[in-house]
Design a protein around this ligand. Structure first.
Ligand code: PLP
Length: 386
């Protein structure tokens, strides 16, 4: 196989558009000069549109995980109680971050493949009559299980209680509906390398006015992720320390592409790709990990593997030129995942499904070649007919 021509169908990093790759080759500039500030302004406006917020959106050089820390250290006090709602491995990782930072973390866990039940969160918060819980942590889209939480409904119950709601939208933002202001979310964080179609290296975070007010009082030690520092630089159209300038250019190019497609257009494309992928998986006779179609992710599909998922991925990668993702933590030997987010189109989903069924065939499984692709084509053509 020609190794250079490989279709990357993992849930991040995702493929990047040629415009984004080209944007990064621009010459270096003074990060304290007007040219950078103009770049900063355009990115600031574009990010507000994607986050659906009037609040400033801050860009840190860093991985998505940095956003978990930024959310916590800027709004809470040492020893505060937070409720970690977890439906998979990324929920568990944010729980660990909160624990390491010295917060008292209560947990509400759901089985892999399930979404968080807003009613159970409401119950737990209703029991907290003394209002000890200061924040609720939740994934918008749990990448490890292919499940999208009903953040709108969860935000409603959290609002009734009064805690802050912090949303990890690393693999959801830009692909799946999320309305920071309309849903009244307090912290929304993401990374550059998923639906924002950029290379990894940016941690992007927005805070509500309520969260910013909390940051005026709170006493958690911080330096790198300090909101006060980043906000006062923001007002000067800069960052407090050297920004990842090439990635700012990448983000500028990607945001222009999102504007051209429209955010609603991107959501619709992901909706079609998610439905195609699930139809194809079912047509192969395989089981989806997401148990409820209404909460199945349109950004990534997790599939219970009938063979060793490592073998399946190896055949798909080495013989068929398609890269699929494995499972995480306890799901490592049980599932494989097909990422369909970012710079990905329905035709790529057809290719990923074709490779999956061929890999299964090559591994001796009884599959009828072409079925998955046909089922997905059917979904696509229905969507085109409207
Ligand atoms: N949260 C979610 C939902 C993710 O999918 C990821 C990465 O895949 C992260 C957090 C962590 O992002 P990073 O690996 O960029 O630190």
């Amino acid at each position: 196989m020609l190794r250079e021509k490989s279709l990357l169908m993992i849930p991040g990093p995702t493929p990047i558009p040629p415009q984004v790759a080209a944007a990064m080759t621009q010459p270096m500039i003074n990060h304290r000069g007007e040219v950078f500030s103009e770049l900063f302004d355009e990115v600031a406006v574009g990010l507000k549109q994607v986050f659906r917020t009037e609040q400033p959106v801050y860009v840190f050089p860093g991985a998505g995980s940095g956003g978990w820390e930024a959310a916590l250290v800027n709004t809470l006090n040492p020893g505060d109680t937070v409720l970690s709602v977890s439906v998979g491995d990324f929920g568990e990782r944010w729980f660990k971050v909160a624990t390491k930072l010295g917060l008292a973390v209560e947990r509400l866990r759901f089985e892999p493949g399930q979404a968080a039940d807003p009613a159970r969160i409401a119950e737990r918060l209703a029991d907290d009559r003394e209002k000890r819980i200061k924040a609720v942590l939740i994934q918008h889209n749990e990448t490890s299980t292919g499940v999208t939480n009903d953040v709108e409904a969860i935000a409603r119950v959290v609002r009734e209680h009064g805690a802050l709601i912090m949303v990890d939208a690393v693999s959801g933002l830009g692909a799946l509906p999320l309305e920071m202001d309309r849903w009244d979310l307090d912290v929304v964080l993401t990374g550059a390398q998923k639906a924002l179609m950029c290379p990894p290296g940016l941690s992007i975070v927005a805070f509500s006015e309520r969260a910013r007010a909390a940051s005026e009082q709170n006493t958690m030690p911080r330096f790198y992720w300090d909101l006060k520092a980043v906000h006062s630089s923001y007002l000067k159209r800069q960052t407090p320390y050297t920004p990842a300038i090439s990635l700012f250019y990448a983000l500028q190019a990607a945001l222009r592409l999102i504007q051209a497609e429209t955010l609603e257009g991107a959501w619709a494309r992901h909706r079609v790709m998610g439905a195609m992928c699930r139809a194809g998986v079912r047509a192969m006779g395989l089981q989806l990990l997401a148990q409820d179609e209404a909460r199945a992710s349109n950004a990534v599909t997790a599939v219970v593997s009938p063979v060793d998922p490592k073998q399946l991925r190896k055949v798909a990668r080495e013989r068929l030129g398609v890269q699929l993702a494995g499972g995480q933590a306890e799901l490592a030997d049980k599932i494989f995942r097909i990422g369909h987010l970012g710079y990905v189109v329905p035709g790529d989903v057809l290719q990923a499904l074709a490779a999956t069924e061929m890999a299964l065939g090559l591994l001796g499984q009884d599959v009828q070649i072409g079925r998955a692709v046909a089922a997905a084509q059917e979904v696509w053509i229905q969507a085109l007919r409207g």
